[in-house]
Design a protein around this ligand. Structure first.
Ligand SMILES: Cc1cc2nc3c(=O)[nH]c(=O)nc-3n(C[C@H](O)[C@H](O)[C@H](O)COP(=O)(O)OP(=O)(O)OC[C@H]3O[C@@H](n4cnc5c(N)ncnc54)[C@H](O)[C@@H]3O)c2cc1C
Ligand SMILES: Cc1cc2nc3c(=O)[nH]c(=O)nc-3n(C[C@H](O)[C@H](O)[C@H](O)COP(=O)(O)O)c2cc1C
Length: 767
């Protein structure tokens, strides 16, 4: 094959090497606009896994690269005058220039045609003599941009400003240094990659950059400024730029996140940064470029594989890897973009939050890396929670939590789940067993299902209610069992179905209207949930007064039943949610329009309930923090205001759910997918939050809590299949100080013993 490679960066060079290794008859020409020794940037970092891949692909260059790596284990976080050091992170780094020289040498040895100072055409017609044209021309690829409509190019320019510099100061640890100036925060990411060189990237928010007047500065002035700001970390060393002589180099950059829907068009194939980018804060761009190169060379040389099939496989496999990494990279980018949220954390928690920002590193990963440090975090967390020094480390999930006069034993919550098993709103033995079992399972707090404040406020005929004496009597029985047989606290969730009422029970079809016996619906406006659902009547003032009275009456009954806490359900498209989201609130009066108006009725309900509910007992509000409809619906930024408004009215906790407010919304679903909203609300709105949504591992829970992303963690479906989730988590973490029903003690001891033995055996096998 005759192959032209546009760009002699890591992607182009390594692809050429990988092709020649597989078949020396290939003719591969690299066209690089710069001189062989010209390069931008400083060091690149790899993981051990990348080095293994390089060794397997080409031991000759792999060995040279491996032998030149600088290794380091520690990360230092400098914040608020303290330095937090953690270890075991295992990075390896090499100078970009050195990496390129090694690859150039190897490419030459294998007979690759290297054409430096050669500006390549971005017109495929000019490459007629070649079978394949490889776009390895980096993030600003001109040939990709020229054919962008065929390649589905999506470029997002991120908001922060950064400058990529180097220094002869040798940083022994990967260093994050945060400095507070009157104009805002600026920070550096610094790491050694050579015997006497380190990369030094300075980053800040665009507003800070504007205020500092950096836009108008020459490069040398900007560098002098950075040296002054970070002088105490540089020990007299200068900061240096090596990009000034290269074409198109800018002093301050914005990171450009690139995604391509298709990676090839005719005989043009995208490789490396031309196809995708990953934010520098997770340092994986070069790794991805090299791994792309290996895969592309492999499929193009696989006997019997047609070119189209080869390219389809290349794209499918690499795209998946890239998407996973870009997901982590996005989390990491956003963390730095929303840094203000975390600056009020104590340094140890700030460092924990920084280390876990991409969500690829979890609590248990940190334990493996540096047990001693992780245990210091656990001790800190427990000490804060208990208000006294704690010497023994313990999982964050087993820290107590206080809401008004209510003390929860731990941070695990059984999320509200409709059971559709009541008759005429009256709970029965099913509810006794269901809630009793979950309370005995060790969770600190158990929520009831959405319990409806009126017969017409039910979602289905099977929904539980709190509007009749028999409801009170039966709920009292359940509450008494829970209190007598567990240390769990019990929260009554009260709601009104609004436009989503009069439907079948869950297992007969969600939100499907009843075949017969439907009751009339009401909502903020006459907007049906779907074309198949009834059109609700827009509520009048008299309706509102009646509903407020119903919520108040239900809250009073809840108190009489002995519930410890009460939640107002204002999420998921039900009555109160139908007011909050602009998608269903079309009112022209003071209850519609801007957010303040849309919140007016839900707040009236809440305030009336808060009056009726005992002051010593806490209240929470469940909200949908994102309608998943962009600016058309509630956004996470608005959710912060919604949460603040409820807390100003006396709510103690915001239960942060999302969506289910508009039938066509399409949530971006994944592990812990709603937790970012709990994080934003907690740390921007300064209110206590409960995270929920696809959280299912102990490691998720501990990571969320220790990183300060939420105060409590609720789980719904995990508790459906395992009422004993919390006790099992305690056994798995060898944590003993948990309330186990005495009848079950033997089982727990045995489980803990077995799990410990299994863990030890797994560790021994691994060793
Ligand atoms: C601040 C910052 C820090 C980073 N840190 C790391 C890190 O620590 N670890 C890591 O792995 N990655 C890091 N990266 C990313 C890394 O630099 C890229 O992901 C990697 O270089 C991609 O390799 P590439 O060969 O695809 O593209 P590039 O390295 O960009 O190479 C493209 C080449 O094509 C040449 N070229 C472009 N157009 C033409 C043309 N028309 N004609 C001829 N030649 C052309 C360019 O001169 C260049 O040499 C960082 C990036 C930034 C911005
Ligand atoms: C069967 C079932 C019933 C639910 N009923 C309610 C409910 O009554 N009130 C409520 O606020 N959320 C309800 N939810 C939503 C859950 O509380 C939770 O937010 C959601 O399931 C995501 O958490 P998970 O991933 O842990 O299941 C229900 C969920 C399920 C699975």
């Amino acid at each position: 094959m005759r192959i032209a490679c546009i760009g002699g960066g890591p992607a182009g060079l390594y692809f050429a090497i990988s092709m020649k290794l597989r078949d020396s008859k290939h003719q591969v020409d690299i066209f690089e606009r710069n001189h062989a020794d010209d390069t931008f940037g400083w060091g690149v970092v790899f993981s051990d896994q990348t080095v293994d891949n390089l060794m397997a692909n080409d031991p000759a260059s792999g060995t040279m690269v491996r032998d030149e790596f600088a290794h380091w284990d520690d990360i230092d976080v400098h914040i608020h005058g303290q330095t937090i050091r953690s270890s075991g992170h295992g990075f390896i780094g090499i100078g970009r220039k050195r990496l390129l020289n090694i690859l150039q040498e190897r490419a030459r040895e294998l007979g690759v045609g290297l054409h430096f100072e050669s500006e390549a055409s971005s017109d495929l017609h000019d490459w007629a003599g070649y079978d394949l044209v490889i776009a390895a021309d980096g993030a600003n690829s001109r040939i990709r941009d020229r054919y962008q409509e065929h390649l589905g190019v999506d470029i997002q320019v991120r908001r922060n400003k950064f400058i990529w510099l180097g220094t002869h100061k040798v940083f022994e640890a990967f260093t994050f240094a945060f400095e507070h100036l009157p104009e805002g925060w600026v920070w550096a990411h610094a790491y050694r990659f050579d015997d006497d060189l380190s990369t030094f990237i300075v980053e800040m928010e665009p507003e800070t950059w504007e205020r500092l007047g950096l836009a108008g500065m020459e490069q040398s002035e900007a560098i002098d400024w950075c040296e002054r700001i970070f002088a105490k970390y540089l020990d007299g060393h200068q900061l240096i730029s090596n990009a000034s002589h290269l074409r198109g180099s800018a002093v301050w950059l914005n990171f450009r996140r690139i995604v391509c829907g298709t990676w090839f068009y005719r005989n043009l194939i995208l490789l490396g940064d031309a196809a995708h980018t990953a934010h520098f804060s997770i340092g994986s761009g070069t790794k991805l470029a090299l791994e792309d190169a290996i895969k592309l060379a492999e499929v193009l040389n696989r006997p019997g594989l047609a070119r189209d099939a080869a390219l389809a496989e290349y794209q499918a496999e690499r795209n998946l890897e890239v998407l996973k990494l870009q997901n982590s990279a996005r989390n990491s980018t956003e963390w730095f973009e929303t840094l203000e949220r975390y600056l009020h954390f104590e340094p140890i928690q700030f460092a924990y939050s920084l280390l876990t920002r991409s969500q690829r590193v979890s609590h248990e990963n940190l334990r493996l890396r540096d047990r001693e440090w992780l245990e210091s975090v656990e001790r800190w967390f427990q000490s804060k929670a208990r208000g006294r020094p704690v010497n023994e480390p313990a999982p964050p999930m087993f820290a107590p939590y206080r809401l008004r006069d209510l003390r929860l034993d731990n941070r695990i919550v059984v999320s509200p789940m409709a059971m559709y098993s009541a008759r005429g709103g009256t709970p029965n033995d099913f509810h006794l067993v269901h809630y009793g079992a979950r309370a005995q399972g060790g969770a600190g707090l158990v929520y009831t299902e959405m319990t409806c404040v009126s017969a017409d406020g039910r979602i289905t005929p099977g929904c539980a209610g709190m509007y009749a004496p028999e409801h009170l009597a039966q709920w009292k029985r359940v509450v008494e069992f829970v209190h007598a047989n567990s240390s769990a606290k019990f929260c009554l969730q009260l709601g009104h179905s609004g436009p989503k009422g009069s439907t079948k029970v869950g297992w007969e079809g969600y939100d499907v209207p009843l075949d017969s016996g439907n009751w009339p619906l009401m909502a903020a406006s006459d907007v049906p949930w779907s074309p198949d659902n009834q059109v609700p009547r827009a509520m009048t003032r008299a309706d509102m007064d009646e509903v407020i009275d119903q919520f108040v009456a239900a809250a009073r009954l809840g108190d009489q039943a002995g519930f410890d806490m009460c939640e107002l359900h204002a999420a998921h498209g039900y009555l109160l949610s139908s007011f909050i989201t602009p998608l269903t609130n079309r009112r022209a009066d003071e209850y519609g329009g801007r957010l303040e108006n849309r919140l007016r009725f839900p707040l009236e309900v809440f305030r009336a309930m808060r009056e009726a509910w005992p002051a010593a007992k806490p209240m929470s509000v469940r909200i949908s923090a994102n309608d998943w409809m962009g600016e058309l619906g509630v956004t996470p930024d608005e959710a912060v205001l919604i949460a603040r408004s409820f807390c100003d009215a006396g709510a103690d906790l915001i239960d942060v759910s999302a969506g289910q407010t508009w039938a066509e919304c399409r949530p971006i679903y994944g592990r812990m997918f709603q937790t970012p909203f709990a994080d934003q609300i907690r740390n921007e709105g300064h209110v206590a939050t409960m995270a929920v949504g696809n959280i299912y591992e102990t490691d998720h829970v501990n990571s969320i809590l220790a990183a300060g992303r939420a105060d409590l963690v609720a789980m719904a479906r995990p508790h459906l299949v395992d009422p004993m989730w919390t006790l099992r988590a305690a056994a798995a973490q060898d944590y003993r100080d948990v309330a186990i029903p005495p009848q079950y003690l033997g089982g727990m001891t045995q489980l803990a013993r077995n799990l410990k033995r299994d863990q030890e055996m797994a560790a021994a096998l691994k060793a």
